[in-house]
Design a protein around this ligand. Sequence first.
Ligand code: LLP
Length: 417
Amino acid sequence: MEAFHYRNGELYGEGVRLQELADEYGTPLFVYSHAHFTERLGSLRTAMAEVDPLICFSVKVNTNAAVIKLLGQRGAGADVVSGGELFRARRVGIPGERIVFAGVGKTAAEIDYGIQEGILFFTVESEDELKLISERARRLHTSVRVAVRVNPDVDPATHRFISTGKKENKFGLDVARAAEVCGRTREMEGVQLVGLHMHIGSQILSVEPYVAALQRIIPLCRRFREEHPAFEYLDIGGGLGISYRDEEKELDPEAFAAALVPFLQPLGLKIVMEPGRYIAGNAGVLLTRVLYIKKNAVKKFIVVDASMTELIRPALYEAYHEILPVRQTRERAPADVVGPVCESTDFLALEREMPVVASGDLLAVRSVGAYGWVMSSNYNSRPRAAEVMVSGGRHALIRRRETREDLVRGETIPEWL
Ligand code: LLP
């Protein structure tokens, strides 16, 4: 069943009325479905069963402790890109051996932290980084597992701001440089090459870019397996796209597996995946209350209490998020849905056929379980929103709403002022 669905004309999250959550916890409010996370993890695992991958949830998409914990309890690992994310994953009990650490700009302190936590491997994105990892490992009298990130130069046919595996992107190393850096690990102390990594982009809706990327990476895998005794992993990253609107068909995990497994299985390597959006995207809605209806000569605006500070994706990528009325209505009229922030890019929908609503009504912005709360900010001194999880008929606050005091916590005024 869809996690968010109508029953008697009212929108529910699993067995809970969203109206009830808005009344109890206030708005704007992120609401997540427990069942959606677990079903998604399960369906990916089932589809990929033949290669039995280690599924490392990409923590950047949703860092809430309850979310990471529930996935960790079901065997998921974590893909982290900072010391902060590593801390969050370890804090809810994800063991180091299920954590992979990517990112082009790891600091020495973050590398030390990863080493201390015994992570599965660091994804190495440059030769300079490899040198630093080797130096930190020697300083800590240990040897560190690394996987070199290859930039296969394929077009994932997604928004240009979220593609990562094209030659002009900052991520990874082209095939020739990757081969060179892998070779270099043999003369370096403190590092062992354990695998290769790729992540070509996000919100990918077809298998072709993955297949093209694999075709470029597999010859390297074969070669390094021969040359490096510890080589045992291929990390294929994340990127599986979801449906943001009815006519958009998500990347079906069965089709994904059918296309990729024939390439992966013969390698005899351990496969790692780093899905984020696929698991979390449609697990969440953002509940917002209509403040005002405003009209000018050319347009109608629905002014709501959520904004780009809760959901920046429309402003940043012109991303489309479906918006549903919590109480179903038939009537529709074109409108912009805008927030209170003082920016013209502060919109959640532009020139869209919207349900006709009035001040006080509730709307639910869909597909915000990934890259929603985590990308929120305090701009315009807006306290960040609360997060709630529903499971069957239960609900619980999993992050309290920030207060005005939270806004100034950490600020100090010099005594000479
Ligand atoms: N692995 C690595 C190395 C990544 O950089 C990412 C996402 C993932 C895995 C997870 O990708 P996913 O499965 O969620 O597509 N803020 C943008 C998306 C940025 C993606 C960053 N990297 C958005 O809101 O669309």
